[in-house]
Design a protein around this ligand. Structure first.
Ligand code: ATP
Ligand code: MG
Length: 183
């Protein structure tokens, strides 16, 4: 599963629609402090279904919406769209009609989040499963936050196992077993 483009609109500091083209060979994003580098990674995590405000460095989920600046009013919604190269047709059944698969998440103030995959309304869980089955997602070990290495070292064994399961690509199965146990 190859990510090809990330589009942010009203997400944190990216008030106007901004495209990050994830071209072959992209190895780094550089810029001065506070220009939005970490916000880009948070947008990626968020569109894959992250639901913990702490992982987004916020107090509540709506904190990802552009909060306004001296010259610009706050926005009412934030949207992130992730374009996935699906030319190998590896997406789950129902999402395999085209070479590109677009996943979109939008949060509206006082309404909450809504997701779309390939233009269809889907649940947060569908998006989370799609990425978990591809061994990626909001909790993917490929996304390492600042401070996360020391958290891993200090983690309780159960939490450390969760990280290893993500790395082994079996967390989709884990989520399904958990759901089966609840039924
Ligand atoms: P560093 O090099 O220090 O790690 P960075 O490039 O990673 O910096 P970010 O942390 O991505 O920077 O961006 C921080 C900026 O995003 C701050 O200027 C902050 O005010 C802005 N920001 C965060 N949330 C919002 C929001 N909801 N609305 C407007 N601006 C926001
Ligand atoms: Mg940063």
């Amino acid at each position: 599963m190859r990510f090809s483009k990330l589009r942010l609109t009203g997400f944190k500091s990216f008030v106007d629609p901004t495209d990050l083209i994830i071209a072959d060979g992209l190895t780094g994003v550089v810029g001065p402090n506070g220009c939005g580098k970490s916000n880009l990674l948070e947008a990626l995590r968020w569109v894959m279904g992250e639901n913990r405000p702490t992982a987004m460095r916020g107090g509540g989920m709506e904190d990802v919406i552009f909060a306004g600046a001296a010259t610009r009013p706050a926005r009412n919604f934030a949207e992130v769209s992730l374009q996935i190269d699906n030319s190998e047709r590896l997406a789950p059944a129902g999402f395999n009609d085209s070479d590109n698969l677009d996943i979109v998440r939008r949060i509206t103030r006082d309404v909450g989040s809504a997701y779309k995959a390939a233009g269809k309304d889907v649940r947060a869980r569908d998006v989370q499963m799609l990425f978990a089955d591809a061994s990626t997602g909001a909790h993917s070990p490929a996304l390492v936050r600042q401070g996360q290495i020391s958290e891993l070292i200090n983690a309780k064994p159960k939490n450390r196992r969760r990280i290893l399961e993500e790395a082994a690509g079996i967390s989709g199965l884990y989520a399904r077993r958990h759901e089966a146990e609840l039924k």
